[in-house]
Design a binder for this molecule. Structure first.
Ligand SMILES: Cc1ncc(COP(=O)(O)O)c(C=O)c1O
Length: 447
């Protein structure tokens, strides 16, 4: 059987066809460190890193060894209606790593980011001590522009657009309240209605085009939430696990302590699926702290022994001070090099980031041969072309990159954290070559 063709046929036909059309239907057979290898033995630089999952690199030997040793060790895979020591250990380590504000807290485990966000939302709805709301209806506020996953609860906090709109029209989303990004006055006005159990926000909105919260924003948001009895939920699914040079990006801002932190993706080291909602003391207890309620929010394989064991090792590797300092340092020099290289390129209008998470904003060329229609994809008309064209130029150099989900004008900077200096140089050279090519196509020729 041709298993790659089977993917297009039986898993995602539209994606498979799109990749074929754009000449990017790779047949990847191996992966190591910050690289992928195709069936012709060619090496590709990975600048997507599983959207922030492969922070420790592909097939990180310590994690592979942990998984192998765990599976050969003979421990139960699951602990139904029993005490799960692997989940217990990972929870304790996550809470300790989250700082003193999380002492005696609890962690809920699922399989991914959406699971972590669902758990945070549901727990907050029951746990928030809202002075005026009593048993009446409660809701969640969320920062506009966000991406929190595609389950119906998480989707209810999604920015308007492709991912959300059809389900909005179907009337199945929860009536959560959208608050403009980084607007504290609007947040206060929303909280003042007295029925908001929690405010859900990312420290950096990656999919909105890598929008970084202004200094002090999270701290002020936490204070406002607490003044109104609401909880602050920080979604670190993509920004967490060392990506920005801190274990969690919220730890950058002095004084802000969220109530619930959602982690997933790189918590599994790219080896196992896992999601976690890390909560301060008392929150889970208020929502689910009785024998009757103890399992009304539960996921069968959540916290399974293999995922928890690998997660604990991934956390340990990520917390190493040398790794985090290296991410900050490499991120600084990469962003500086990209900014300097493209300073004179009108096609690149912004390079910004923190640690090894950033965005390159690309202006659309206005050449007639580079419209979506001319490129054979008329249904994409209205979406930016600049970002996807830069991605396509990078692919010609065997650099795999991608645009942000809500803003295709922005190409993400998101390599595995173990990316080597020469791969960074190749990326900067590739972006510069692509930007110059786009610059040449900025003016339509006069007819
Ligand atoms: C910030 C954020 N939250 C949640 C999610 C959803 O994670 P998952 O795809 O594991 O459900 C994502 C996915 O990209 C994300 O970026």
């Amino acid at each position: 059987m041709d298993r790659f063709a089977a993917y297009t046929r039986h898993v995602n036909p539209a994606l498979g066809r799109f990749l074929e059309l754009s000449g990017r239907a790779l047949r990847l057979v191996r992966a190591t460190g910050a690289h992928l290898i195709d069936d012709e033995g060619r090496t590709w630089d990975d600048w997507i890193a599983g959207f922030g999952t492969l922070n420790l690199g592909h097939a990180r030997p310590e994690l592979v060894e942990t998984a192998r040793a765990h599976l050969l060790g003979g421990a139960p895979a699951l602990y139904p209606e029993q005490l799960n020591p692997f989940a217990g250990e990972l929870a304790a380590r996550l809470l300790e790593a989250s700082g003193p504000g999380f002492a005696d807290g609890t962690v809920f485990f699922g399989h991914g980011g959406a699971d972590a966000v669902e758990a945070a939302i549901k727990t907050a709805l029951l746990a928030a001590e809202l002075p005026g709301a009593g048993d009446g209806p409660r809701t969640i506020a969320f920062a506009d522009g966000g991406f929190h996953g595609v389950s119906l609860g998480a989707l209810s906090a999604m920015a308007p657009g492709l991912y959300r709109d059809d389900f909005d029209r179907a009337g199945v989303l929860a009536p959560f309240r959208r608050v403009p990004w980084a607007d504290l006055e609007a947040l206060e006005a929303t909280l003042a209605r007295g029925d908001v159990a929690a405010f859900l926000v990312e420290p950096i909105q990656v999919e909105a085009g890598v929008r970084i919260a202004p200094p002090g924003y999270l701290t002020a948001a936490a204070e406002l939430c607490h003044a109104h009895g609401a909880l602050l939920i920080v979604d670190e699914v993509q920004t967490g696990m060392g990506r920005t040079g801190r274990l969690f990006a919220w730890q950058e801002s002095e004084g802000s302590v969220p109530d619930i932190v959602c982690a997933a993706k790189a918590l599994g080291g790219g080896v196992v699926p896992i999601g976690a909602a890390i909560m301060r003391a008392g929150i889970w207890e208020r929502a689910f702290g009785s024998p009757l309620r103890a399992e009304i929010h539960a996921i069968t394989m959540g916290g399974n022994a293999l995922a928890a064991a690998v997660g604990a090792r991934a956390l340990e590797l990520t917390r190493a001070p040398a790794l985090l300092a290296g991410v900050r340092e490499r991120g600084r020099s990469l962003l500086a090099a990209l900014g300097a290289a493209t300073a004179d390129c009108p096609s690149v209008t912004r390079v910004e980031g923190r640690g090894l998470l950033g965005g390159i904003t690309v202006a659309d060329p206005d050449h007639p041969s580079l419209s979506w229609e001319a490129l054979g994809l008329p249904e994409l008309t209205g979406y930016p072309t600049g970002g996807p064209l830069l991605v396509e130029r990078l692919a010609r150099r065997r650099i795999l990159a991608h645009v942000c989900a809500h803003d295709w004008a922005v190409v993400r900077i998101e390599p595995p954290l173990v990316v080597e200096p020469d791969a960074c140089e190749r990326f900067v050279d590739g972006v510069l070559e692509a930007a110059r090519w786009l610059d040449e196509h900025r003016r339509s020729p006069v007819a």
